[in-house]
Structure formats: C-alpha cells, structure tokens
Write a protein that binds this ligand. Structure first.
Ligand SMILES: [Ca+2]
Ligand SMILES: [Ca+2]
Length: 570
C-alpha cells in the first residue's frame, strides 16, 4: 500500500460510489431500512483439501507476482482475467515458475489494484467467477504450481456493506467492527496525515491509509472470526496460502504506537496456526518497516525482504559488493523470507528495465544474485522479459503495472484483442516480449529460465547455508551455498572490468564442475606476489583477518560482469 495507491483508491471510489456524499455525511436516513444479508459474513467449517503439491513446495522453486488485470485478457474487453491467466500456465511452467502470488482477486471497489475489498468471498467481476478461479487453481496444481492470494486484513473498502452500515448508525451491529470515536482525536499523524477521518453526526473513524479504506477493529472477536472464516473459505477451495497486506498497521495503541505493535505478531501467528492445520500451505507478509521481525516463527513466519533489492541493484550499478548487501544477508533471516528485485509498488523501486536503463548485462547480474542467494525468489510478472514502463497513467504505480507483452503483434502484444486495452502498452513491448525473447538464446527470458530451473534442481541453492567469501566493496560477489554435503560456488563479477578475488586455502586442489553456464571454466591461479611486499611481514594463517600475501595461495579471475556457478565434484 502506498500513497499513490491510496489516492487512486479514493478517487475511483468517490467517482464510482458517490463516496464523497457518503463521507460528507449527506446520507442521514439510510439506517432505517433493513440491510440486505452480507455475503462474506458467517461461519465457515474447515474442509481439508490436499493440494497435491510436493511437501515444502514453496521452498523449492520460484514465485511470480501477477496482477490479473494486466496479464492476459481472454474475452476482448481490454482487461486481464482469470481465464486468460489459466491459458498462460504452460508458459509459466516453461519458465520454471512453481508458485504464483495473485494480487487481490476479490470483488473490489477500486477497479485497479484491488486493495479496497468489497466482498471477501467473491471474485472481482472484471476477472471472472469463482468457477474460473477453481479452474485456474486445479490447472495450476496439475502443473505443480501453487497459488497464494493477496488478503487484506487491516481495512475494508468504505463501500463494503459492513462499513456502510457501521458508518451510518451508532446502533449498527457492525459499529464495533471499525474504530470510531465520538469526539476529535488530536495528535495523530500516519502515512497520509491524520488517520482519523470525519464521519457522520460528529463521529470520527480510523483509516490509516485512506478515508476510503477504514481500518477494522481487530480487538473485536467478531472481526477476528470474520477474517478466519474468510481465510477458511479460500483454504477450503484449495488455495496454497496467502500474501498478507500491510501487517505492520493491524493494531494501534496510541498516536506514537500505531505501527509494528506486539499484537500484530500474535495475530499473524494465529493465522499461521490456521494454515498449519490445513498443511503444506505458505504465507508471506508485507511489512516493509520491520521485515525481519515479521519473518519470525512466532509471527508470519515469512515476510518480504524489503531493502535487499536496493542493495543488489546498487551493487550492480557501483560494480562492487555494497556493505549493506552483506550486512542484510548476515542479519536478516533471509532464508525464511520472500526476496524480490521489483514489485507492484514504487516504494520498492521502478521496473528493473528502467532502473538499469535497458542495460541487459546489468539486469542479468541482479537476477543471478536473486536466484542464487538464500530466500524464496519472487519475480514480478514481465520481469523475466524486461517489461518496461506503461505511460501515460494517472498515478505513478500504474506505470509499473502495464500489460504483459506476449508478442510484437498489434494492438497490444497479445495481451488483448481489444483496440484499446485498459492501460497503454509498455514502452518496449515490441522488443521485450515473450515471442521475441523465446527466439533469442541470449535473451533475459532464457537467462531467467536457466536460473529458475537451476535453483529448482539444486537443493543447496534452495535451502542451503550461505557463506560469503567476498568482503565489503569487493568487485566479485562470491559465496558458497551448502546442503547435505553438496556445495555450490557462486561467482558474480559486478565490475565493468575483469577482476580477481582471493580464495580461502581450502580451495586448493578442489575440483569444481560447471553448472552455469554449462561451459564455464573456473580460472583459479596461484596468487602473484605483490611487487612491494613489506619486508619481514609474516603471512597470516587465519582467514578472519585481512590476508597478506601467502606464497601458493590462490585467486579466481572473472571477466567483466561475468557470472559463473559451480558444484564441488565428489
Ligand atoms: Ca477480460
Ligand atoms: Ca489497523
């Protein structure tokens, strides 16, 4: 959730639902009528369903984040849908994808990103039906692909019937589902300013992101049940887990304690327990300001490793291993986390293609880092072909959510047959699309596919330990991943020139076989003596200290921006 998302949420809502009138308190008499039954309230019994995926499937492969609206239109209305996505599952499998994160697919009031949910138990009409969703899930499972769906706990759409009821009457059965105050609440400042919004009849309600997205009162057990029942609704259908939105702001205790509160972790642990009771499910949280804490076992168990993507990209741009990259890999539980290079929010960065100004060699170095370091890699749809920016758009974030480019065919690169899709084609759709890159063995798509498949096949790359050989500011990022006696050596030269790196003594005499590229040769040589070695300086044996020259020690050499991956021969 970002500021631009909030603004578009409000603008679209106000236009579509007359929310401006509602929020200005213009509707006073609506409470008299009996409300219609609300679709997503009520008990759901747990029905366990085996998803047929391998145990710990989510640790073994590569996820892709998909905005259904932008992926594939199946009926020519210019908007992506679930049937269209189902048609592309074979493609995703061919790239080596084993997990999909769907951005919100529930019925929503924003008709854009989907984070203003209007019904937690139905599909966004633009995307199709529950039956379409069930088909997508079954077809994904047939291909060994799991699907996790976005779920918003913190807030509903202001046009959700439960909030409309709560908003209009103090006597509403749902009044205590949200956070109201009968008087002004001074002294609060959140992301978009004062989170207390003026409601009807002198009341105020709490909405941390936007007036059109009121926060739930999660201290009310009925609200907890509401979410638990909705989660069961989807787990019963066979979804493989969830991506939870904005878990940093679930509970608020005061004007200086409204983010990352202890209650948030307890709440998320309860949800983790629910998923555990279904078995073989996976959940990952969005908590940009404290991802390590939310990755703990007593919290979400996994969260996105926000920050690391910037350190990877900066290392590539600077041509050396940034200290922050090594520091984060040392201090965060990255092996539990979801790792990314880009996503649907600008706060995580622009499209990679933009960040690297179309320089594919640099792009490939970042990708190689993502796929070989610990964590669960999450690719953002189109990242694998270098999808660029879509312009013009009304809000920044929409430009990084452009239509997927499948081919160079008019009108919209295979995304839709409509003359005008809901959003402009991305800037580089003619060159950076699936068909064009499938025909080019040096393309980004082939690079991604090879790395995703390598990671899928090597357990040490999935869940192995991580031991860096490089130190801060070295041009080459070198590390060893190890699991069950299998060792993989990763060498990534970030520098725009050939570079060398000292190797620890145990490399002497070891035999490494090439994994990537298949014809890679490990260029290890005895280290040449420095020309002006200080007299009398003793060689040090300990590799904890900066090594001085030791006769017979070795170094490895890589060409400019070269990537090599090896496996220790047995
Ligand atoms: Ca459509
Ligand atoms: Ca909240």
């Amino acid at each position: 959730m970002t500021m631009t998302q909030m603004r578009i949420g409000r603008a679209v809502l106000a236009a579509a639902f007359g929310l401006g009138v509602l929020l200005a308190g213009g509707i006073g008499s609506a409470a008299a009528a009996d409300p219609a039954p609300i679709a997503d309230v009520g008990k759901v019994e747990m029905i366990r369903k085996d998803n047929g995926l391998p145990p710990d499937w989510h640790q073994k492969g590569t996820f892709i984040e998909i905005l259904v609206r932008s992926y594939q239109d199946s009926n020519g209305d210019g908007v992506g849908d679930l049937k269209g996505l189902t048609q592309r599952l074979d493609y995703l499998k061919s790239v080596g994808i084993t997990g999909i994160w769907l951005m919100p697919v529930f019925k929503s009031d924003d008709h854009d990103h989907g984070y203003a949910v209007a019904n937690y138990r139905d599909i966004e009409p633009d995307y199709g039906t529950l039956a379409d969703f069930d088909t997508l899930l079954a077809e994904a499972h047939k291909r060994g692909i799991g699907i996790i769906i976005d779920y918003v706990i913190n807030h509903a759409s202001a046009a959700h019937p439960i909030f409309e009821s709560a908003y209009r009457s103090r006597k509403s059965a749902y009044r205590d589902w949200f956070i109201f105050s009968d008087k002004e609440v001074p002294g609060w400042t959140a992301y978009s300013g004062d989170p207390w919004r003026e409601g009807m009849n002198g009341a105020y309600y709490y909405a941390v992101f936007d007036q059109a997205m009121p926060d739930f009162n999660l201290r009310n057990p009925a609200v907890v049940d509401f979410h638990m029942n909705n989660l069961k609704f989807w787990l019963n259908r066979g979804v493989d887990g969830f991506r939870f939105d904005a878990v940093g702001v679930l509970f608020e205790n005061s004007s200086v304690a409204w983010e990352n509160q202890p209650e948030n972790h307890v709440f998320m642990k309860n949800i983790q327990n629910l998923l555990d009771s279904y078995g073989n499910r996976y959940m990952v949280c969005e908590a940009p300001s404290d991802p390590g804490a939310f990755s703990a076992k007593d919290s979400c168990g996994s969260a996105f490793a926000f920050g690391i993507q910037k350190h990877i990209i900066k290392s590539v741009k600077m041509g050396r291993v940034m200290p922050d990259l090594l520091y984060n890999l040392r201090t965060l539980p990255v092996e539990r986390m979801g790792t990314i290079l880009e996503n649907h929010d600008y706060f995580a960065g622009s499209r990679l293609f933009k960040q690297f100004n179309g320089d594919e060699k640099s792009y490939k170095l970042a990708t190689a880092t993502l796929f070989t370091m610990p964590g669960r890699p999450f690719v953002y749809y189109g990242e694998e072909v270098g999808l660029g920016i879509s312009e013009p758009v009304e809000q920044d974030d929409q430009s990084i959510r452009g239509p997927m480019a499948w081919s160079a065919e008019e009108p919209s690169g295979g995304f839709s047959t409509a003359k005008k899709a809901f959003r402009p084609n991305v800037e580089n759709w003619k060159t950076h699309n699936v068909a064009t890159e499938q025909a080019d063995p040096n393309s980004l798509l082939h690079w991604y596919t090879a790395l995703a498949q390598l990671r899928h096949q090597e357990a040490a790359l999935q869940t192995g330990s991580f031991k860096p050989i490089s130190k801060d500011d070295d041009p080459i990022f070198a590390f060893v991943r190890e699991k069950d006696g299998e060792k993989i050596l990763v060498l990534i030269n970030y520098a725009y020139r050939a570079a060398t790196l000292d190797l620890p003594p145990e490399f002497k005499g070891q035999q490494w076989t090439a994994l990537f590229p298949a014809n890679a040769k490990l260029a290890i040589a005895d280290k040449a003596a420095p020309k002006a070695a200080k007299k009398g300086k003793k060689a040090r044996k300990s590799d904890d200290e900066t090594p001085a020259f030791v006769p017979g020690t070795q170094e490895v050499k890589l060409g400019e921006q070269q990537v090599q991956i090896f496996k220790l021969a047995k």
